[in-house]
Each structure stands twice: as structure tokens, then as C-alpha cells.
Design a binder for this molecule. Structure first.
Ligand SMILES: NC(=O)c1ccc[n+]([C@@H]2O[C@H](COP(=O)([O-])OP(=O)(O)OC[C@H]3O[C@@H](n4cnc5c(N)ncnc54)[C@H](OP(=O)(O)O)[C@@H]3O)[C@@H](O)[C@H]2O)c1
Length: 253
């Protein structure tokens, strides 16, 4: 059985990937993962393909064991893995609780790595792996510090993984978009100092970002930014010193 596994599929970018892969992915079944099972059930009813909703909290390592158990039982050929579950919180180091800071790290880094390592044995030549990073990965971001640092991890991890997986013929892409119109901001502003970031300039539609990422992966891109403004941002972050980029961010955020 050919399947796609998509985390964070109850909303935003993960849901948009599920919709695109259901239409064009050539798979028999989608395994969609998130905590809000009612959202996953609605998605399953909407899509014209078999969907297996998996109500799992990726903050709990038992959820990874459950994914491994299912994979071991079904032994599917995983043609797509999209690691889109993730979140951020606006605020300086002392505006977030320790639990909030730890949570961001746990979902964006540990869970992404755990799901990747659990699924990779079931991927084969021609399979496609999307790790959702962010343009936040390109430089440190005061006021969005932990989030940006986790996305720098995702970008670095994915770039190396791409090389490590070359022999197995798995196509790996780090997806690094700027702002996207999803529920992300609603979660991010919900802190003691959520007003620190107010300007979500040039936010894109999630379906556009998912389509752009899938095209970029097909074309063999290691990193996709999904928009000329984010591409320029990426170049600027390579050329300009970090203090200058961080200063610009403080002005425009
Ligand atoms: N929106 C942006 O501006 C933007 C820009 C660049 C990159 N990104 C990245 O894109 C990815 C998708 O975010 P989005 O914009 O689509 O935000 P979103 O609409 O808030 O979706 C986040 C998804 O992550 C899932 N999730 C969060 N915590 C989870 C947990 N503990 N266990 C399982 N699933 C969990 C949520 O599902 P449940 O709540 O149902 O569990 C939801 O499906 C994230 O990695 C984000 O960092 C977003």
C-alpha cells in the first residue's frame, strides 16, 4: 500500500499538503496526524481518497511509538512524509513560560526528528520528504527567539539528511516560507507579550505554499522559499551581517 503521512494536517499548511497529495500524489491512503481529531475527520470526509485520521499529540513520545507500531503492522510504502506540525510564540525570553519554550522546542525539533526517523525505514526510491522549516531559519529573531532557533535546526538537519539519503533516492526538501495565512498567528500571539510581532507582511495562502513546495521538490530543490520576497530575504541573510538583519526585523516586526 502506498501512503502519505502528514503531521499538522488539522490546519493550515499540513491540511493544504493533504489536499494537494490527495489530488496528485498517486497514493492509496493518507495518514493524517494532529490532536484535533474532529478536524481530521472533516478532512477525511472532504477528500476523495482513503484517509486514516490519527489523533496523536506529538508532544508525547508514546505517539511516536504508536506511529512505529502502525508502520510495523501495515508495512506501507511511504511515498510522502510531510512534517508540518509546529508552532511558535511571540515574546522575549522572559515573556514565555518555561513550559511554552520547552513545548516549541519539543514539537518543532524533537517530534519532527522522531517522526522522520520512525518513517524513513518505510520510504523507498522516489519517495518525497518535506520538512517544514521557515524563513525564520535564516537568522536569529529577537522576540521570536526559540522559534527561529528551532527552524534553524530544521533547515540544517534537512540539508544534511538530503545528502545522507541521496543513495536511497529519496527527494528531500526544507520548506522555508515567510508568513502564511493560517492559525499560526492565533497561537503565536497568545503569550504575555504577543503584541511584540504585529506585521505579517505579504502572507501567502497555504495552498500556494504547499503547491510551490511540491514543485520545488520535484525540481530537486534542497530549499524552497515560495515567494520572491522570501527568496530576497534568504539572499540578504546570507550577505548581510546578523546584527543588521536583526535590526531590520526589529523595525518591521
Ligand atoms: N503560518 C506561518 O506564517 C508559517 C511560516 C513559516 C513556517 N510555518 C510552519 O508551518 C508549519 C505549519 O504551521 P501552520 O502555519 O499551518 O500553523 P497552524 O495552522 O497553526 O497548524 C499547525 C498544525 O500543527 C499541529 N500541532 C501543533 N502541536 C501539535 C502537537 N503537539 N501534536 C500534534 N500536532 C500538533 C496542529 O494540530 P492540532 O492543534 O490539531 O494538534 C496543526 O495541525 C509549522 O511548522 C510552522 O512553524 C508557518
Amino acid at each position: 500500500m502506498k501512503i502519505a503521512i502528514i503531521t499538522g494536517a488539522s490546519s493550515g499548511l499540513g491540511k493544504a499538503f493533504a489536499e494537494k497529495i490527495a489530488k496528485t500524489g498517486g497514493v492509496d491512503e493518507l495518514w493524517v496526524i494532529a490532536r484535533r481529531v474532529e478536524r481530521l475527520n472533516t478532512l477525511a470526509n472532504e477528500l476523495k481518497i482513503a484517509v486514516r485520521p490519527l489523533a496523536l499529540d506529538l508532544g508525547n513520545t508514546k505517539s511516536i511509538e504508536e506511529i512505529e507500531r502502525l508502520l510495523n503492522e501495515e508495512k506501507p510504502d511511504v511515498r510522502y512524509l510531510v512534517n508540518a506540525a509546529g508552532f511558535g510564540k511571540f515574546g522575549n525570553y522572559n515573556d514565555l513560560t518555561r513550559e511554552e519554550s520547552r513545548g516549541i522546542l519539543d514539537i518543532n525539533v524533537r517530534a519532527l526528528m522522531d517522526v522522520t526517523l520512525a518513517v524513513l525505514p518505510y520510504m523507498s526510491r522516489g519517495s518525497r520528504l518535506f520538512e517544514i522549516a521557515s524563513s525564520s531559519a535564516f537568522q536569529p529573531l529577537p522576540g521570536f527567539n526559540i522559534y527561529a532557533a528551532t527552524k534553524a535546526f530544521v533547515l540544517s538537519y534537512t540539508r544534511s539528511l538530503r545528502w545522507e539519503l541521496r543513495g536511497r533516492g529519496i527527494h528531500v526538501t526544507a520548506v522555508c516560507p515567510g508568513w502564511i495565512k493560517t492559525e499560526f498567528m492565533k497561537v503565536a500571539v497568545d503569550t504575555r507579550n504577543g503584541i511584540l510581532v504585529k506585521n505579517f507582511w505579504a502572507a501567502l495562502q497555504p495552498s500556494f505554499v504547499a503547491g510551490c513546495a511540491m514543485l520545488g521538490n520535484k525540481l530537486g530543490f534542497a530549499v524552497v522559499t515560495c515567494g520572491p520576497h522570501t527568496f530576497i530575504h534568504r539572499l540578504a541573510a546570507k550577505i548581510l551581517p546578523s546584527w543588521l538583519i536583526m535590526g531590520i526585523w526589529r523595525l518591521i516586526r
